[in-house]
Design a binder for this molecule. Structure first.
Ligand code: B16
Ligand code: MG
Length: 216
């Protein structure tokens, strides 16, 4: 029997990938690098600085910026990204998410958030679902990003459970890998990326029954 739930944010609770893409695309264009949606898939679940490094490497410009310059570039992208999120509201929750979180609350099943996004607390507030989460892991405290299991282990510990007692929800291959390495049950929310390592794959929370899921 599982006793707790660990959620990714982007691609699971809401779809902010399109805004990340627009902001990275604009920044990359300023650096004479062209990225497309296919390349953007490789950035899902990847931290802000690691995403920038991947974009620079993709454009063959990995060695031309100092650490300080790279931090300024990442900050510029984030300012644009946050502007694009200004209209985010509860109507941007992905299908079935609100009812699923509410079902967990009614059953007393604790929820934690394991997102690579430093904007996660602000996004949860805008979506009006922050109260459903007992804990939000601060990605600034991590030694390694996804696919390392660290963020998922911290999330399970934050709700006082062993990883084996929890279920993880992810939309990115890097996240599914981290959930499985943490020893948790993995639910894949599939969009475009194939999630082969997940225990089950669904298209939305509407396909999931919380009581049944907890029996795994
Ligand atoms: P920020 P997740 C991830 O969120 C995104 O998928 C990834 O594209 C982004 O670079 C990362 O958060 C960092 O986000 O720049 O807001 O700190 O999928 O782990 O919820
Ligand atoms: Mg994600």
């Amino acid at each position: 029997m599982k006793k707790g739930l660990v959620f990714d944010l982007d691609g699971v609770i809401t779809d902010t990938a399109k805004f990340h893409y627009l902001a990275w695309k604009a920044l990359a264009a300023e650096l004479d690098i062209t990225i497309d949606e296919k390349f953007n898939e490789t950035l899902k679940g990847i931290s802000r600085m690691d995403s920038l490094d991947r974009i620079l490497a993709f454009g063959g410009k990995e060695d031309i910026y100092t650490q300080e310059e790279k931090e300024a570039l990442a900050a510029k992208k984030n300012t644009h990204y946050v502007e694009l999120l200004s209209e985010l509201s509860p109507s941007d929750l992905l299908p079935g998410v609100h009812d699923f979180l509410e079902a967990a609350r009614v059953k007393g099943i604790p929820c934690a958030l394991a997102s690579a996004s430093k904007n996660a607390p602000m996004i949860l507030d805008k979506l009006d679902v922050a109260n459903y989460f007992a804990h939000v892991v601060d990605p600034a405290t991590l030694k390694k990003g996804k696919p390392d299991p660290e963020i998922f282990l911290k999330a399970a510990a934050s709700i006082n459970l062993a990883p084996e007692e929890t279920i993880g929800f992810e939309d990115a291959a890097a996240g599914i890998q981290g959930i499985k390495e943490a020893g948790m049950y993995a639910v894949g929310l599939e969009t475009t990326e194939k999630l082969t390592g997940a225990d089950i794959v669904v298209k939305s929370f509407n396909e999931l029954d919380l009581d049944e899921l907890l029996t795994h």
